[in-house]
Design a binder for this molecule. Structure first.
Ligand code: ADE
Length: 283
């Protein structure tokens, strides 16, 4: 019998805001106002349901109708609402620009690192204001994404015959503007493979909150570095994402089924231990 009852939070990105897009039938809704926590109001209501007998909860990152800008998303309230709902894992989807010739439009990538270029966001729970996050915690960002949960996403893709690229660095920019050509080329030189506006601080906060976070990124455009291709525009991002959303939902559902088959006790405890040993106030 597992010590930790696992539950999966699914954060739907651009084009995946509507719970009806997910193949699971949600049983109940925690209204947005009821999901308010000490960090504020999450982006949407929480839709709870099951996939293969495992409890899942869906949160829409940009809210119904995609009204919340990447800068205005309350990432702390979102992550805290999933923690308070009992989530042990988070699977996130994200639309990204490709910074690499080898990542084409529509391709799925399971990222393994990030470069944080955001500047206007609260990126830690450990700011001394919360009793739930006491002390000063310097959480290590290697690994940034949980490798075991990421591997489950890769296995799920293999199981349903969906090609995915394993590994990749996401550059997270503040937005809402897209990058200049000079910036885009600089990010390529830095080793970025993908570019978006939301992975940071979401992945950071999930780790601070002790949840195992992995993402599936879908390349929707080539940003603006590639001479042979039109410059990114927001409408195209949504069109390409919507065209591929079926692949993403299939992958998420299959991944939940695989997550349910494993015992995560040691892995969850080891993340909690990382947080403890890196909290300098507890020494
Ligand atoms: N999201 C999707 N495409 C993007 C791009 N090119 N830059 C930033 N965020 C994005």
């Amino acid at each position: 019998m597992a010590k930790h009852k696992i539950k999966v939070g699914i954060i739907g990105g651009s084009g995946l805001s509507d719970p009806d897009n997910l193949i699971f039938k949600y049983k109940s809704e925690i209204p947005q106002e009821d999901a308010r926590n000490e960090f504020g109001l999450p982006s949407s209501a929480l839709h709870e349901g099951t996939i293969a007998g495992l409890d899942v909860v869906l949160l829409s990152r940009h809210g119904p109708g995609h009204k919340i800008t990447p800068t205005s998303v309350n990432y702390r309230a979102n992550i805290e609402s999933l923690r308070l709902a009992g989530c042990t894992h988070i699977l996130a989807s994200t639309a990204c620009g490709s910074l690499s010739e080898s990542i084409s439009r529509g391709q799925l990538v399971i990222p393994d690192s990030f470069i944080d270029r955001t500047i206007h966001r609260k990126a830690t729970f450990y700011d001394g204001t919360s009793q739930n996050y006491p002390g000063v915690c310097h959480v290590p960002m290697e690994p940034a994404f949980d490798p075991r949960t990421s591997r489950v996403l890769e296995d799920a893709a293999a199981k349903i015959g969906l090609p995915v690229r394993r590994g990749g660095t996401i550059v997270s920019i503040e937005g809402p503007r897209f990058s200049s050509k000079a910036e885009s080329n600089m990010f390529r030189q830095w080793g970025g493979h993908l570019i978006n506006m939301t992975t940071c601080p979401e992945v950071i906060l999930a780790k601070e909150a002790g949840m195992l976070y992995a993402a599936v990124a879908i390349a929707t455009d080539y940003d603006c570095w590639r001479d042979a291709t039109d410059t990114v525009c927001a409408a195209d991002v949504l069109t390409v994402f919507k065209k591929n959303v079926g692949k993403v939902t299939q992958l998420l559902v299959q991944a939940v089924e695989l997550l349910a088959q494993e015992n995560w006790d040691d892995h969850i405890d080891s993340l909690k231990n990382v947080l403890k040993t890196n909290n300098v106030s507890s020494h």
